[in-house]
Design a protein around this ligand. Structure first.
Ligand code: DON
Length: 588
């Protein structure tokens, strides 16, 4: 009896300690585990973008009764002010629209090669590729499309006046906005680049000194340019003073764009790529983006499997994803380019029949190589790639309104801050999009992507993109609106979010935040985020014959998705911006 009493106390104490530990662990798990975060909810409308200022601008337009296109255009102009690394008026992009009345359409406002462009323009006299010419400086700039594209969308599918949707961007540029830590740091990071161009240095520093978090960042010159666009529409940008300033800058630094290029620039409205995945309708971007075709091809291949809830993250699941990615990116390399210039076999590539042949090929290869499941990329087609950059400096935003219209927009300058050349006196950055062409067969671009004749440089041709602004319909009504930055990783990021929702029933926040992998056929390596491999999964994949991109894997981010999910049954709109980035889902 004597001894029992202390041991009872001990048991009670241990029990208490255990409960306390579980409680504390639970708390810290909840606070640091982004998987526990919930989507933002809305009743009427939602804008999800990489900048809280821009998301708010879009929602304010929705509150005024504007539709999703009005809000998207307002958000687009605002991003040019508040997300200067990728939001733009000197770049280009793509818009996918679903109208409540049922119409699906897309607007291609991708940059174009100038009239003076030619196939070997980035090769030296011996035929050697000079990446600096296609990736930096004015030689890398394509003819900008954003202003024409946004105004086209507004005129055709919006309900408000340009002056009203552009005004918020003008106000923010004029009055300034408070810099967050991330943006201030990115200005500082690119300081050596900005130093090359006095106008860039003037804009992105305080007389040479780096901006700090909390500083108010004003862009009065950009405000004036936006004022001109407000007054004159596209002519305010493509003609007159702004055009002259742009051309002066191009001439001073030895670029290719002329007034004739600006006069000839037109956005193109195109039929979307339409796919079907397990009964959901996929509406995505056709060429000049590869995004829609690649996404539908991937989904068609994967539809041949049926995934169980606990398959997610297993080696067998990753193996299936990776093999589908290899074949799809090999096709992208061979067949895709601007189909105004090159006959892209779209119908075949997005057909279920073609996907079935790829599915069968990958299964046959498995039987041939006993014990190995990975098909070496060189068995799919040869090519060489040594390394490639990862970055997230495109931007995507998704919009949904109370009328049932959905808009999905991806836009970019290509690299972070594009060519880093701020047009003197006009306050906007020039893109470096020409690098998305295939400058020479077998030479990878900045994202390690190869290309062929389909994506060779020609005057007025659009360089092939990976941007994948997408709308998924359920029973013909918007269900998902999503897209991402990330170069080649855009396609695989959008794919995985769709799978997470449709096959694994994740809520939209969890689906967006879940770790991802990427494979682009060449180089033949799995790119991965550190949290994706549990237990023995990586070893199992190694045994199957896979290799991995391990350098810097700890800090790697694949894509940065902005997504909306519409729960039509419960009449709730759910929004999520990726934990990987700074954006917000704004709602009302
Ligand atoms: O259009 C494209 O595919 C590329 N210019 C996108 C660039 C991008 O996503 C930058 N971020 N990684």
């Amino acid at each position: 009896m004597k001894n029992k009493f202390p041991s009872l106390i001990k048991i009670i104490f241990n029990l208490f300690f255990l409960i306390f530990t579980i409680f504390i662990l639970g708390l810290s798990f909840n606070s640091c585990n982004p998987f526990e975060e919930k989507p933002v909810k809305a009743k009427n409308g939602m804008v999800v973008s990489a900048s809280s200022f821009a998301s708010k601008v879009g929602v304010d337009i929705l509150k005024q009764g504007g539709n999703a296109v009005d809000a998207a255009v307002a958000t687009g102009f605002a991003l040019a002010v508040t997300y200067p690394q990728a939001g733009n008026i000197g770049g280009g992009g793509f818009m996918v629209i679903h109208l409540a009345k049922g119409k699906n359409t897309t607007i291609d406002f991708r940059e174009k090669a100038p009239l003076f462009a030619f196939r070997e323009m980035y090769l030296d006299s011996t035929g050697k590729f000079i990446p600096e010419l296609s990736q930096t400086g004015v030689t890398s700039a394509g003819v900008p499309g954003s202003v024409a594209g946004l105004i086209y969308a507004l005129n055709k599918y919006g309900t408000m006046k340009l002056k009203d949707v552009i005004q918020p961007a003008i106000d923010i540029a004029k009055n300034g906005w408070e810099l967050d830590e991330r943006t201030a740091k990115s200005f500082e990071y690119y300081l050596p680049e900005f130093k090359k161009y006095p106008s860039s240095l003037k804009t992105f520093t305080k007389e040479g000194e780096p901006f700090k978090e909390g500083d108010i960042f004003k862009q009065p010159v950009l405000a004036q340019t936006l004022e001109l666009i407000k007054k004159k529409g596209t002519d305010g940008f493509y003609k007159g003073r702004i055009a002259e300033l742009l051309l002066k800058q191009i001439r001073a630094l030895g670029g290719f764009i002329t007034q004739k290029d600006l006069d000839k620039y037109k956005p193109v409205e195109r039929e979307p790529i339409i796919g079907n995945y397990r009964g959901y309708k996929i509406i995505s971007m056709p060429p000049s983006s590869s995004g829609g075709i690649a996404l539908v091809e991937l989904l068609n291949i994967l539809e041949n499997y049926s995934f169980k809830q606990n398959d997610w993250g297993r080696s067998s699941y990753i193996h299936k994803l990776v093999e589908a990615m290899k074949y799809t990116f090999a096709d992208r390399t061979k067949y895709l380019g601007d189909d105004d210039f090159y006959p892209v076999p779209t119908k075949v590539l997005i057909s279920k029949k073609y996907a079935k042949t790829i599915f069968n090929l990958s299964r046959r290869a498995k039987a041939d190589k006993i014990g190995k499941k990975a098909i070496p990329s060189e068995d799919i087609k040869t090519g060489k790639i040594i390394s490639f950059k990862e970055s997230t400096e495109t931007t995507h935003y998704s919009v949904y309104d109370k009328y049932g219209n959905a808009v999905s927009v991806s836009t970019t300058l290509n690299s972070s801050f594009g060519s880093r050349i701020m047009v003197e006196g006009a306050g906007f950055l020039l893109n470096n999009e020409m690098d998305d062409f295939s400058a020479k067969p077998g030479e990878p671009n900045i994202y390690g992507l190869l290309g062929s004749e389909a994506n060779s440089i020609q005057p007025e041709k659009r360089m092939l993109s990976s941007m994948t602004p997408t709308i998924v319909l359920k029973d013909d009504k918007p269900f998902l609106i999503l897209g991402s930055p990330g170069g080649a990783q855009i396609i695989t990021s959008v794919l995985q979010v769709i799978l997470n929702v449709i096959d694994f029933n994740m809520n939209i926040k969890k689906a967006v935040d879940a770790p991802r992998i990427h494979h682009q056929w060449l180089p033949d390596i799995i790119v991965y985020e550190k949290d994706i491999f549990n237990g023995n999964v990586k070893n199992e994949l190694k045994k199957m014959g896979y290799t991995f991109k391990d350098d810097n894997a700890k800090n790697r981010k694949i894509g940065m998705v902005a997504a909306i999910m519409i729960d039509n049954k419960n009449k709730i709109i759910l929004g999520a911006f990726d934990k990987r980035g700074p954006g917000t889902a704004d709602s009302y």
